[in-house]
Every structure is written in C-alpha cells, then in structure tokens.
Ligand binder design. Sequence first.
Ligand code: BGC
Ligand code: BGC
Length: 603
Amino acid sequence: MSLTRRQLLASSLAVLAKAAPTRRLSRFDSQAGRLLATLTLEEKVGQMTQPDHKYINNLDDIARLHVGSVLSGGDSDPASGNDWKSWTDLYDRIQSAALTAKPRIPLLYGIDAVHGHNNVIGAVIFPQNIALGCTRDPGLVGRAARVTAEEVRATGIQWAFAPCVAVPQDIRWGRVYEGYSESPDVVEVLGAAAVHGLQGSALDHPLSVAACAKHFVGDGGTSFGTGIRHLLDQGDTRVDEATLRRVHLPGYISAIQAGAVTIMPSYSSWNGVRCSGHRKLLTDILKNELGFEGFLISDYNALDELPGNRKQQVEQSINAGMDMVMVPERYHEFYETLCGLAKSGEVPMTRIDDAVTRILRVKFAMGLMEPNRNLLADRSLHATFGSAEHRAVARECVRKSMVLLKNDKRVLPLARNAARIHIAGKCADDIGNQCGGWTIFWQGASGAVTEGTTILAAMRKASGSSARVTYSRDGNGAAGAAVGVAFIGETPYAEMQGDRMSLDLAAEDVAVVENLKRAGIPVVVVLISGRPLIIESVLERADAVIAAWWPGSEGDGVADVLFGDYKPTGKLSFTWPSRAATSIARSDPGYKTLFPFGYGLSY
Ligand code: BGC
Ligand code: BGC
C-alpha cells in the first residue's frame, strides 16, 4: 500500500469515527411490514414511481397514484422562477398533495444537488468533484456536503442524487468532472465522506439529506465509440469481472458502509447488458453480496434503453432488482404496466414487496413517518442559505483544489501592490463559466447565471487596489502591465453533450495567451475546465500554469492562491495527457503523460 493510500485511509477513518455508527436499515422492517400489509397493489406500485414535477399536469395524480417520490431533473425549475422561495413553494405544494392520500405516506423529493444545491439561484456552488479530488481531503469534502445538505433542506427537499462515485478512465467523457478521480482509492474515500456529510449523523435529523451513490456500476469505464453518437456516454464497459470489481466497485462498498440509503444504476452497460436490467449486478452483487438494504432508483428514462417493448423493459428492470423508477413523463404508463405485470405474475409479488419495503425503510429511517413530524419546508433555514459561512467552506475547497503545474520563473505568487495586472480570457468574468455543468441549468451556461464572486472581481478585491487590475477578454491592452493572467479553458457542458473527440484548447484561448505574450510581459495561465486539456499550445509561452478546474461561485479562493495567501497544495486526481499521445485513453499503448497522477507543485 502506497503512503498516499495509507494516509487517505487514516484520515477517512477519522471522519468515519466521528460519524454515528452505521445502523442497519432493516431495523425498520417491522414498521415497514405493518404498513406494507395494508397497501393495495396499486398503492405499492405508486411508491415505486417517480415522475418529474414538470410533467405532472394534475397535482391530484400524486395522491391518486400514491406516488412515492417526485424529482426535479436538470432543467425542471419551478414555473415561478429559480429562487429559493419558488423552490420551497414547489416542494411544499408537491408534498402537500401527497399528504392528502390515504394511507398517508410522505414522498421523497429528489434533486441533483451535485456541487451544492446547484439548481437554485443564490445557493453556494462548490467546485466540481474533479476539483475536490485534488484536495484529497475527506474532512473538507464532508463539510462541503453538510453545507449542501443544509441548503437543500432549506427548500424542503430531502434527497440528493449524489455523490457520483464514477471512476472515469477516459477524460473525453462529458461526465469526467463528476468523478473525484481516475483512482478508485481516492473515490472510495471521498465518496464515503460525501455520504456522511449529506446524511449527517442521524438520518432523521431535520438537516439530513438522503444520499444516492451513482451510477452503478462502471459508468466511467465505457469504451470509446460505444456510447451516444459513437462516443462514451451511456456506452458499454468492456472489462472482465475482476477489473470491474477492482476499479469501479470500491466506491459503492464504501458508500454502503457509510450508510448511503439509495443507489442509482447506470445507463451504461457491462459487456453488452444494460446495468438498469442487470440482475447479477443489482441483486446478486449489490443486494445479496454487499448487503445493500436501501433502494435502487433508476436513471432518467433509463428503462427506455432496455431491449423490447415497454412491458418487457419494465419486467426486466424490476425483476433485475430496480426498486423505484425515474419515469419523468410517462408515469401513468409505467404504473399501469407494472400493475399488469404484477397481476399476471410476470413480476412476482415478492419482488414488489421487497422494493416497497426498501422504500419504506428509508422513509421510516428519515423520520418522515413520525406522526407529528413537520413535513413542509422549514423556512427558518433560509437565514443561512448562501450565507457567508457556507461560502467560506466553498472558498476553502477552491483553494485546496487548485493544482500548480508550472512555475519556472516564480511568477507566482503575484505581488500585491506592484504594478498593473492585466487579466484576460473568457472565464475571468463569467460566473457561469467558472461553475460549469449542472449549474442552474442541466448543461450549465455562460453568463451571470447565479450569485457569487467572479474571478475578476475577486482579483480586484485581492490585489490591494482595484485600479491596478485591467481586463480585456481577448488579452489586448496588456502592454505595460507587470504580469498578464489568462483564465481560459472550457465552457459548461453535461453528460453526453460534453463527450469530445479532441481536448485541444480553443483557438480563442490560445490567442489570449499570444496577445499577452506579445505585450512582452510574464504570463500566467489559469485553466478553468471540467478536465485536463491538451495544453502544449500555450505551455511554452506561459511562465506559470495552474489548474483551477470549475471552481464554482467563490472566485475568492482562486485569488487566495494566486496572491499566495494560500500556497497550492492540490495534487492531480487524474493523469494529464500530452499532445504527443496518439490516444487519450490511458489504457491505450499510444498514451503519453504530460503530468502524472498526484502531480502538483507549490510556492
Ligand atoms: C433533464 C436532466 C436529465 C436529462 C437526461 C434533461 O432534460 O433535465 O435532468 O438528466 O434530460 O437526458
Ligand atoms: C443523470 C443522473 C441524474 C438524473 C436526474 C440523468 O440524466 O444521468 O445523473 O441524477 O438525470 O437529473
């Protein structure tokens, strides 16, 4: 065992020791069983159904169908707006509709709170997981998840589709930034820390949020060419079982040990069979071998990818072990199909009862079934929503995730109160570009999408005198400055839309660095991106290069490092490829490394 791995485990054990001992969910089986015995088949199937709120045209559907859960997908905002009040009102409206049903079973509201409560304007946006991976700091990842949980609960919501414990093996994948690392050792430690942070020390605490480890299993291992549009996303993971277990499974083992109450099977396949319908993976390995007692939630419309007609898809998935189905729009159809399959015996009642027992266990464990529990949002929590205290945790994440790749002439740290600093690049003054995907929109977006501090604003504040900072997007006007700093990289994307053939820097970005260089001044390049990029086109011209990933809403953390208030400590959580590589997949013989895994300089 390498020293790093040992250190990681030691610190994670410290985190685990502080958390409450994991208590088995099956301790709620007598209560769940008593309730289950009173439910009709239709009521049971309803518990297994999860529509997206934006497709619920008639709120009465919720009670009529005994819907067990509702989600908001990446672009399913409240009709009235994207602020916390609109989200809270939406949650209250949906939950109130569920509470009119008899028997009264509160619903779980799920959302992708994957780097903060990232759908809500004004929430603190944390660096993406790829950045957190570079901190190697489970304590910090746990604190970030705790803040996220509190902001999620401020809107009433009690379930986050996080953490993503993918172990991405090919950085051309559009979800690579959702993974902490290419190394299962890092993922298992940080994933468990995030579960602890979200779920807190007791699941029934009003500030705890149910976690969801995703996407089970091997989502980060798909072979290039097997995914959507012949790329990677939702493709086929062609590895033997030993490799699957060694690389892609450890994150789930530690998440289960940490108490994760839900897991999301992946869109992707393992050797040609979709995970959403894979009985060996879902039932034999996850539930029987690993002893997972929570429930499985399918991915968004994932059953559509299974072979056959609707009936065959539902039958295959439920019989394989799926417990709840994310069926955003066609939920009536799913409900009727599954009721029919249960009546004909094609899906055995024992399987339905197992699924519903698992869902009810989680609802009991979370305290939702307590008679006097207030199930509407606690609006007093808005006092700390997006607060300075919460932002300070995100700022610390930003500082600790930045990785210094080059600093030959010691241009960094920047001198305070020296001469003028010229700032440039498309990511310098754009909160959307610094947050990346899954921010306010499913794909994220450039522009002033939410509240926070742009890097430019942070640099002005930190420089000592804002008059000494000038800015141009393209790098013109830098002549006479003491130093030029280019913030370049990627604009936001998510999932399949981020799959790429090439990771070369955009011509616009290279031009920024050339313009700064032409001014005859030292040049610092700060990469703002969801992954390592091919950077040789600027590497020679840059005197210093630092990777800041997609740091989120707290640009101050970037300034803290550039001005040396915090010395860089981040270590690469992914290997960084060289332009000379003929392939960007690390497993290919033509792969060449520019910076190895674990690399990172300091001042
Ligand atoms: C939804 C996302 C979802 C995606 C799946 C989008 O329309 O907003 O939540 O992940 O579809 O393709
Ligand atoms: C994604 C999941 C996400 C779900 C709900 C899917 O497209 O793969 O990661 O949790 O949508 O938005």
